[in-house]
Design a protein around this ligand. Sequence first.
Ligand code: FAD
Length: 310
Amino acid sequence: PFDVLVVGGGPAGAASAIYAARKGIRTGLAAERFGGQVLDTMSIENFISVKHTEGPVLGTALEQHVADYDVDVMNLQKATRLVPAKAEGGLHEVTLESGATLKARTVILSTGARWRQMNVPGEDSYRNKGVTYCPHCDGPLFKGKRVAVIGGGNSGVEAAIDLAGVVAHVTLIEYDSDLRADAVLQRKLASLPNVKVITSALTTEVAGDGQKVTGLHYKDRNHDTMHEIELEGIFVQIGLVPNTEWLKDSIALTPRGEIEIDHRGETSRPGIFAAGDVTTVPFKQIIIAMGEGSKAALSAFDYLIRLPVD
Ligand code: FAD
């Protein structure tokens, strides 16, 4: 069996595997797609100490750094089931889609998350060409430009407030007749001169010139009329979905599906840890996921050295 089995090969999983392997303990890593969300982006400008990098470059660097260590990497392997140990110190079991079962003394879950998409024409083709999902990552790219934020929940309204300080103008589009964000955020939003809120609006299309986004089409749901807004950027903020469908029966999740962790990265089950976007950690970012992954690995090691000698 493994001492530490990491499930997920994004920034959190890679950091966990390296920190665990550096303790000289038997480490495995199973990932559906090594690299994770990082592979879906081009420009990364907030990975501190690296002024600029690109997703695929960082993805390759993660893979090479892990390969430097004695880690049993199982790429293109999707985990479908976790059976926690019956007794403290026993072996946890992770079943893969292939049918294989891996056993481990500790498990670190780092299966990340995915942004909910609008699923409208143009969204995919203009992804990273004006359509983005991350204000912390891409806000500065739209300095002085016009953008829309899709979604009037907390994350959408937070994004609009954040972006209003950077871009020329923000249009916030909400499907419902009211925003769903906390009242204090709504008051803050209403106080900003360069933000317009449009409610009861369904985004129907992302418009572009073939190279980049030029506008957004929406339907006014009250009057059944179509409208177009000219702009350069669209921030989609309609939800981040944690990849925990396979964990529902085995560990405690929040109503939104995030894995509940304590300040050491431990889940509701002793010996099972979690890190990165898949957890309740606030702010989903590469550098945070790496820190959390390292922390979870050190916590797993701490747990292992306290197990009774058998
Ligand atoms: P992920 O990167 O999501 O990795 C999850 C891993 O788990 C993957 O290997 C996946 O294949 C695997 N996995 C999932 N389910 C299973 C399963 N059942 N079995 C096995 N493996 C599984 N952050 C920044 O800091 N700066 C940026 O500029 C930036 N830009 C971004 C641009 C885009 C387009 C996107 C989508 C995200 C961006 N982010 C950025 C966010 C950043 O990518 C994430 O915060 C970070 O990748 C989270 O790392 P993670 O390891 O927790 O999860």
